[in-house]
Design a binder for this molecule. Structure first.
Ligand code: EPU
Length: 451
């Protein structure tokens, strides 16, 4: 049996109910925040995904005790004995995630120094961390880059500062927050990202004793304090996972109730979903998404920072757009290379053409730089099963949706990557009636020979 290849027998609607838990893009950061407290923190609604395991391992290397609480999905993180970790041990986590970069501020406060390994994360663009290091320098850290990673030192307490980000980066905003809360004096951050996961991180920090005000026009003011305590917090639900299941319902002509999904962080998605022709119904416990019959409609879509259409919603929605009548235009403005996954969809029968121009109106950072970051999706297309190799997290889930919507069997390679951000996705797929199987190694070889 191989656990990295999945056979998907498509052509059936996904129907039923699944439960989502805390957001992948909040939970690991709230775990890092626990490093700043004097006492233990209690984080609830933690999903069983690989990014959580990576951060748990890194925290433990730094002396943080991490154990599960009484409630399902509860972690208790005790940073009473934070200590320097062995560089070789940290380095073993190189390439596993992007979260280690957020250890900088907390470790500089706790230990006066930090070592950050090479970062991982999805290959959807260059993903530099120049903003992060620039803001840490502004706080007073010195930074030395070495082939095996980056060393940072704070010779004295970091100082609050005025920062204007060149772009409202989620990670750089989190870097500022996690550093400014214990820095001396006031930090003013302009052009901050204001994604719901960032607001939830601010809630975590406020519970710990931080003073943070979220102003208008993407400005955040942080008044540094001398000490923070632990927190008790229930992570906000994963709106990115919720949207992935919504797109799966639409593309397979199905009907999925996503227990735990919430309206406010998904408003922009819900508007787009309705424009495409999807139906949804919101109640106190979740959101039901379904294909109401008839033709789906082509749309023009531009991804953007919050409150715009989130880039992580783009890939699953593109699969649904292959089933919409007419020409849809998709302009990806957050990552320069997040449309490469469409090549495999074309091999399955989709008609998607990529362009370097900024299609759809607003010019973005990538227009003059020859990145294929706009797409025209012509539909509806009949998708046929294919041989798919998962390129990145959201692209990977999108391939599963395409395989489920397609006629025939698809062989999907690299499914382990999906465990980075989707909890128990195979059980959930089975609960929704998907016909999937983990083949034996011999069966995989046979499929490859006959393909
Ligand atoms: N950027 C820079 N320099 C930097 C930082 C960012 O040029 O120092 C650029 C990036 O290259 C990109 C843009 O700014 O073009 C936005 O990047 P951002 O920093 O906002 O992204 P991130 O913090 O690395 C998080 C999520 C992503 C999500 C983005 C945007 C996590 C772990 N990752 O990434 O999630 O797409 O924000 O909302 O929180 C995913 O969940 O699949 C995923 C990729």
């Amino acid at each position: 049996m191989t656990d990295d290849v999945l056979l998907v027998h498509g052509g059936n609607p996904l129907e039923g109910e699944i439960q989502i838990r805390g957001a992948k893009n909040l939970v690991p950061k709230a775990m890092v925040a626990a490093l700043l407290g004097q006492g233990p923190s209690r984080l609830r609604n933690v999903p069983d995904i690989r990014d959580v395991k990576v951060v748990r391992g890194l925290l433990q290397l730094h002396g943080v005790t991490v154990r599960t609480g009484d409630e399902d999905g509860e972690l208790i993180l005790d940073p009473s004995h934070v200590e320097s970790a062995n560089v070789a041990d940290i380095d073993a986590h190189a390439g596993s995630s992007r979260i280690p970069i957020l250890f900088c501020g907390p470790l500089l406060h706790r230990l006066g120094h930090a070592f950050i390994p090479g970062l991982g994360g999805c290959d959807i663009g260059g993903r530099p961390v120049d903003f992060h290091f620039e803001v840490l320098r502004q706080f007073g850290a010195t930074i030395e880059k070495h082939p095996q990673g980056t060393y940072l030192v704070a010779a004295q307490r970091l100082r609050g500062t005025k920062i204007e980000l060149p772009y409202p980066s989620v990670g750089a905003t989190e870097q500022v927050l996690l550093t400014a809360v214990l820095a001396e004096g006031v930090t003013e951050l302009r052009n901050a990202a204001i994604e719901p996961e960032i607001v939830d991180l601010i809630c975590v920090l406020q519970k710990m004793g931080a003073i943070i005000s979220l102003g208008t026009d993407r400005t955040i003011l942080v008044t540094g304090v001398d000490e923070l305590d632990g927190y008790t917090h229930r992570a906000l639900p994963d709106r990115l996972e919720a949207a992935s299941w919504a797109c799966a319902a639409l593309a397979t002509k199905g009907d999925i109730y996503v227990r735990g999904a919430e309206q406010i962080p998904m408003m922009t998605f819900l508007n787009t979903f309705r424009k495409v022709g999807g139906a949804y119904e919101i109640d106190d416990a979740g959101i039901r998404f379904w294909h109401p019959g008839g033709e789906l409609k082509a749309i023009a879509l531009e991804t953007d920072v919050h409150p715009g259409f989130q880039t992580d919603w783009q890939q699953p929605l593109v699969v649904a757009l292959t089933q919409a009548a007419g020409l849809s235009i998709v302009h990806e403005t957050v990552y320069e290379s997040r449309l490469g996954f469409t090549g495999a969809l074309n091999q399955m029968g989709a008609h998607i053409q990529l362009y370097s121009e900024c299609l759809g109106g607003t010019p973005c950072r990538f227009g003059a730089r020859n990145f294929k970051h706009s797409a025209v999706v012509s539909g509806p297309s009949k998708l046929m099963g294919g041989e798919l190799v998962i390129p990145d997290l959201r692209g990977g889930f999108s391939y599963l949706i395409a395989a489920l919507a397609a006629e025939g069997t698809s062989t999907v390679h690299g499914i382990d990557l999906i465990n980075r951000g989707y909890e128990n996705f195979m059980d959930k797929l089975r609960d929704l009636g998907a016909h999937i199987e983990l083949p034996s190694a011999a069966e995989v070889a046979e499929v490859q020979l006959t393909a």
